[in-house]
Design a protein around this ligand. Structure first.
Ligand code: IMP
Ligand code: MG
Length: 179
């Protein structure tokens, strides 16, 4: 299926499932290498978009680890609003933990900024960021992003957890807005 219709918009195939799986395996390998001497990292998954990445990633990460979820929202239609709301907060004690933040996509970086603020508020000093997709031309922060699956232009994409107004999260390929 090369074209999908979600609400009023058409999207065309952009990154096939096979490529995404390779990207995720590569991130898992890097994490295993970097975290082999750390004890029990906490994967902090940013809902909703990151659920598919988190599931695939953790199947490949064979070291002892834990998982927890937070939920933020910033997107409306196909644009970031710039206002990040916390819908599910952090309930874990992260003060003495190694945290790996799991993101589907980093766009402007507003959500990431909020997550980093939250971690700092909870006295965490040891975190790294892993994302499947990254839009460097849209990124407005200076925080380093430690694990990037694939850099993409400022196009709006759906699939592999990413949605357009709620639809498209269940697609295993990634699709881009068809002009
Ligand atoms: P940021 O706060 O602008 O970095 O955007 C972060 C969040 O916006 C991501 O975690 C996604 O949930 C959503 N987002 C950003 N770009 C896209 C896109 O191309 N398609 C769907 N959702 C996106
Ligand atoms: Mg997200």
């Amino acid at each position: 299926m090369d074209i999908v219709q979600l609400h009023d918009k058409k999207f065309r195939l952009y990154i096939p499932d096979s490529e995404i799986q390779k990207i995720v395996q590569k991130i898992a390998l890097s994490l295993e290498k970097d975290y082999s001497t750390f004890k029990n990292p906490l994967f902090l998954v940013i809902l909703n978009g990151s659920f598919m990445f988190a599931s695939d990633l953790m199947k490949h990460f064979k070291l002892p680890c834990e998982i927890s979820f937070v939920r933020f929202t910033s997107y409306q239609n196909t644009q970031s609003t710039g206002i990040v709301k916390e819908l599910i907060g952090l309930n874990e004690d992260v003060s003495d933990r190694t945290v790996i933040v799991i993101e589907d996509i980093i766009d402007t970086g507003h959500t990431l900024h909020k997550i980093i603020q939250t971690l700092q508020k909870h006295n965490n000093k040891d975190y790294r960021i892993a994302t499947v997709f990254f839009k460097p031309n849209s990124y407005q922060l200076n925080y380093p992003i430690h694990y990037v699956g694939k850099q993409i232009p400022n196009d709006f994409i759906v699939g592999y957890g990413l949605d357009y107004n709620g639809l498209g999260r269940n697609l295993s390929n990634v699709y881009v807005l068809h002009q």
